[in-house]
Design a protein. Structure first.
Length: 273
């Protein structure tokens, strides 16, 4: 292995938040550290709760088991939109997701939605059918809905309008512009911002955050992906939430503690814990 190919070290622990918050979307199963290690590091900097998100049936089962074993972990279960067209029996897998979603430690159905970046036109119909079924599951069980939306803003909003959104709907890793943020705000949708809001080329995201009501804003890592600046290219983890939250507070023109209080209350309200 050459020096340039060597794994980059994990970023240092940031200064702890003075008001604890939650990481509203993470993938502990894809991270290099153990679950106890990840939770301990996060708690040491004021990230005292995490939502572990499943992307397929096996990862959703893992999320439910992990949430049952750790009080600070809540689970979300779903088939990721890119998984839907690949499912050998979509209806059977959706039935299993609904069984998992009924468990008490599972607080959300997600991440579901639409992704037109990786799935071409041949998969759109199954993606949309899967999304509609996940919406129905969330409503039947009174769980939050966690949405993955990539290059599909208009269709995501349209399907939500046609099906009727669950009472608590979260746009994970919000990727729309300011105009879409105003639409989401009018409908009471939560908008969760990840580390990419810190990227140099992400001014449209910062514009969206600027107009998003503080009462509807969440923070997430989507770890191990989307590590915030200045640590891009290094592994992400829940303990880096403070880096993103402080950047968000600057965009909002709010004191860190004030935004943290909003985020903590919003996350509890969004997921019902």
């Amino acid at each position: 292995m050459s020096r340039s190919d060597a794994p980059k070290p994990a970023p240092p622990l940031p200064e702890p938040l003075r008001v604890p918050v939650a990481d509203s979307h993470t993938h502990l199963d894809m991270q290099d550290t153990s679950v106890p290690e990840a939770l301990e590091a996060a708690a040491s900097v004021g990230v005292t709760t995490v939502v572990q998100v499943g992307c397929d049936l096996e990862r959703s089962r893992w999320a439910a088991r992990t949430a049952a074993e750790h009080a600070s972990v809540h689970a979300a279960v779903a088939l990721h939109p890119n998984e839907a067209p690949r499912a050998p029996d979509l209806d059977a897998q959706l039935a299993e997701i609904e069984k998992l979603a009924a468990l008490p430690q599972v607080l959300a159905v997600g991440e579901t939605g639409l992704d037109y970046f990786r799935t071409g036109e041949e998969g759109i119909a199954e993606q949309q059918r899967s999304f509609r079924e996940h919406i129905a599951i969330a409503k039947r069980l009174d769980k939050a809905l966690v949405i993955h939306d990539r290059d599909a803003h208009e269709d995501v909003l349209r399907v939500l309008a046609e099906e009727g959104a669950p009472e608590r709907t979260v746009f994970h890793c919000y990727s729309g512009d300011a105009a879409m943020a105003e639409v989401c705000a009018a409908k009471g949708y939560f908008m969760s911002f990840a580390g990419n809001v810190t990227f140099k080329n992400a001014q449209p995201l910062r514009d969206a955050l600027a107009v998003a009501p503080a009462e509807l804003v969440l923070v997430e890592t989507d770890a191990p992906f989307l590590t915030p600046a200045p640590y891009r290219g290094r592994p992400n983890a829940p303990y880096l939430v403070p880096v993103t939250l402080r950047a968000m507070a600057e965009v909002k023109g709010m004191p860190e503690e004030a935004l943290s209080e909003h985020v903590a209350a919003n996350t509890a309200r969004a997921f019902g814990y």
